[in-house]
Structure formats: structure tokens, C-alpha cells
Design a protein around this ligand. Structure first.
Ligand code: ZN
Length: 243
């Protein structure tokens, strides 16, 4: 297995998920990984879980997934997120809840590790700066880890004791054999890096390349549906801003 798609933080945004999966279908990938948070915030939790299950995506559990299947208390979430999780819990099937409940916190293979937040704190910790990245590199025993949670595409590289931020770029990122990488594909359904387009990544494990990708989808349709379902307006507004 060499070429894989990596997605994260779908958050019940069906048009964004469909746009990404359609695009991945044309990218000659062998399988798709998901770094968690299939649900929460967005108005299509049930269809998103169904698509992920049907397409047999390998997925780890995010904090919103854990809260939606009542495995995690709500109090650490923002007020908008709490409202959305309550709404999500009422709008997903028992089958979805059972699926979300059974997702592992960490998935490890020969070439990589996959987690939602971080290796140190799989559900909650954000890897947003070099200091947290350094702590997590010390726990990484693979060349590569995929993570999500921050909704910021890019990641970190550790080479000869130095840890640096990786920003997404147009040309593929070449993975150096001596280095280790923490790679965030960005968020499919609620990007927070200033680019409202759905984010994902294609990783070529054989040629050691990472392609950071973005794709447009119908944000206005999602905003309309958020209001129709009585979800907080700010959850739609932030989609236009990519924040
Ligand atoms: Zn998330």
C-alpha cells in the first residue's frame, strides 16, 4: 500500500465530505484514513457516519465523536459546540453511536501512527506549536504521524533535534528519511486556517511525498441547513471565513 488519502474533522458537513471523496476517487489512492471528528457542529452527522462506514474508512475517535456517543462529558466544549453535540446526539442512530463508541483512540501501522489530537492526549491535546510538537515527537516511534483536531493544515518536522512548523504548499512535501513528521491534513468540514475550502491530504508512502489539497464546495447550502436545523448561526458564519 503506497498512496493513501488522509482526511480529518468532517464535522457533519456532507457537501464538503462528498467533494473531498469525489476528488480522492480520481487520485488513484488505495485507501482513506480519517483522523476523527466525523460529527459535531454540522447538520448531517448521520449521513457522514454512514458514508465513512460504507466506504470502510479507517478512523480514530475524535472528541466530538466521543461526546456524541455519550462517552465524554460536554462541559469542556464551547457553548456552540455543546448545543451542536446535544443536537447531534439526538440526530444519530444507535448504530452510528455504537460505531463512534468503538473507534480506537490511536491506530498504529508499520509506516505511521494516526490520532485525533496528539499522541500524548489523543482526544484533547492540540498540536499547535513547536513546544507541544516536540513533546509529541518524543513519543513517536514511527517516521510519520497523522493528526487533526486543530483544523489547521500542515504540521511539524523534527530533524536533528530541531522542530519546525510545516505550512501547506502547492508542490508536494518531500519526506526526508532521517526526519520524523507530524502531518495534519486539515479539516474537511470546518477549516480554521483562513482558507474556507475543504482540506485533505494525499500521501505517497513509497515515494515519500505529501500533497496538501483543498477543494471548494457549496458553503451557502451548509449555512442554510444549519439555520433550518436550529443550530447556532456562528457555526455557519465561520465556514465562510475558514476560522
Ligand atoms: Zn474537530
Amino acid at each position: 500500500m503506497s498512496r493513501i488519502g488522509v482526511v480529518s474533522d468532517i464535522h457533519g458537513n456532507l457537501p464538503a465530505l462528498e467533494a473531498v471523496l469525489n476528488s480522492l476517487e480520481k487520485s488513484q489512492i488505495e485507501r482513506i484514513l480519517c483522523c476523527g471528528d466525523i460529527v459535531g457542529y454540522g447538520p448531517w452527522p448521520d449521513p457522514c457516519v454512514r458514508i465513512i462506514r460504507k466506504a470502510n474508512l479507517l478512523c480514530v475517535q475524535g472528541n466530538h465523536d466521543a461526546a456524541a456517543c455519550e462517552r465524554l462529558p460536554f462541559d469542556h466544549f464551547t457553548p456552540s459546540a455543546q448545543l451542536a453535540i446535544r443536537w447531534t446526539t439526538a440526530h444519530i442512530s444507535d448504530k452510528d453511536k455504537a460505531y463512534l463508541k468503538e473507534l480506537p483512540a490511536i491506530h498504529t501501522e508499520e509506516d505511521f501512527v494516526m490520532v485525533h489530537g496528539s499522541l500524548r492526549g489523543p482526544l484533547w491535546e492540540y498540536i499547535c506549536d513547536r513546544w507541544v510538537a516536540t513533546e509529541n515527537f518524543s513519543l513517536l516511534n514511527r517516521p510519520l504521524a497523522f493528526f487533526g483536531h486543530s483544523h489547521i493544515q500542515g504540521g511539524f518536522v523534527s530533524l536533528e533535534g530541531n522542530v519546525d512548523l510545516l505550512r501547506p504548499r502547492k508542490e508536494p512535501l518531500k519526506l526526508v528519511p532521517e526526519a520524523q513528521y507530524l502531518i495534519n491534513p486539515g479539516s474537511v468540514g470546518q477549516p480554521r486556517d483562513g482558507d474556507p475550502r475543504a482540506a485533505y491530504a494525499v500521501v505517497d508512502l513509497l515515494n515519500r511525498e505529501v500533497y496538501f489539497k483543498r477543494i471548494s464546495y457549496d458553503i451557502n447550502m451548509v449555512k442554510k441547513r444549519i439555520l433550518q436545523e436550529g443550530l447556532p448561526r456562528d457555526l455557519g458564519d465561520r465556514l465562510s471565513l475558514g476560522r
